[in-house]
Write a protein that binds this ligand. Sequence first.
Ligand code: SER
Length: 376
Amino acid sequence: MAHSIGSAHSTHGASIPTGQQRVTAILVTGAGGEMGHGLLSALDEQRKTRELCVGEGAGVGPTIIAVDIRELPDEVRQHCDHAYVGDICDHALLERLLAMYEIAEIYHLAALLSTRSEFAPETAHHVNVGGTVNLLHLAAEQARSHGRTVKVFFPSSIAVYGLPDLATKLRAGKVCEEQWCEPHTMYGCNKLAGEHLGRYYDHHYRKLAKDRIDHPIDFRSIRFPGIISAETLPSGGTSDYGPEMIHAAAAGRAYRCFVRPDARIPFMTMPEAIEATLELMAAPKESVKRSVYNVASFAPSADDFARLVRGAFPHAQIEFEPDLGRQAIVDSWPTDCDDTAARRDWGWTPTHTVASAFSDYLLPRISARYPQSTAH
Ligand code: SER
């Protein structure tokens, strides 16, 4: 069971914070979301071998603590030592975490996605930007209190790009990090703001203060494309037509695709997204030349998706019924991203083509999840 701040419950033999001595920890926010599922199990696996720990956690790797607005499902909960139900906008919660843990790394996944954010833009700003500032402040104060830089990972998005119209998008092709950063969505604006705030806290925080410390945080960010997971479905995103189409076919449900068949944006599988995150976080400081990187894997059209899904699930019922608003958002995102910098600086290479993503990852895993599915 998750607990409120102050109570203590432990798995993996990790130390329970007592208030006397702080435990070295990795903090994951939004841990119950799509990415949290994959990241927590990868961090749990990785900590068995890595040397981050100092203090009480020694021998079992760093303590992993999770924060989410809801109780974590058991399959996620089992990968962390302490799980807190709370809001990243709640200063009191973050203060208590600061008091209990010596946080060495933060993976700040909590956010409202792009479609949901358009229905409540000010709430999205409050959560997506306000929550990010709170976390960055927490990280900087942690660094001040324990005298070591805190590493912060921030998942940004292709939503930071905003191409003015479809013709320009098609002409632009692959975009690199500096191009077309004029987002059309609140979520994109929030992610771009998060990138800049991370850079500020890393390089310029409290510029005029006499007692300032250099680089309180080491901020690293990836602009993710649409992410497809075999295990979970996203909620509230605009790239969701990709994963929704596949999960619907596997579950034997008809699917109405909310974009045109020719709609094209980049995607990657969840394991690739997790791998990119861990690789960037593990890269030596001197090779990380920028705070934000594109990563790319494959960039199918919605129709390419539909053909692969129909090939795998002969009974799949897919119709295209574009929603003009959501289509316009997809039309403002690039067809693909230039990931030269990530390849050069920290060795990023995608695992999959769209065909191998289906044959080697999605179909085997999804068929296991929906036993009634008729994939072949
Ligand atoms: N997948 C996200 C969304 O659609 C974009 O990062 O909101």
